[in-house]
Write a protein of this length. Structure first.
Length: 64
């Protein structure tokens, strides 16, 4: 199970930038599309593997 560590604004920014970078990379036939794919995947899955070693998270936990 993936740990959710990507919050709302971070998630939307990753998804939008991922789509933008991926689109530009496809248009210019560039390998930068890999970065766009990674951004898109981390945004949709709400999990960033680079955050884990540092214990960083932008995800708010529900306090109930």
């Amino acid at each position: 199970m993936l740990t959710k560590n990507v919050g709302g604004f971070d998630r939307m920014a990753r998804i939008l930038l991922g789509i933008l970078v991926l689109s530009v990379a496809i248009y210019y036939e560039s390998l930068w599309g890999v970065l766009g794919l990674v951004m898109l995947l981390t945004g949709t899955l709400r999990s960033c593997p680079l955050y884990l070693p540092f214990g960083f998270s932008t995800h708010r936990k529900n306090i109930s």
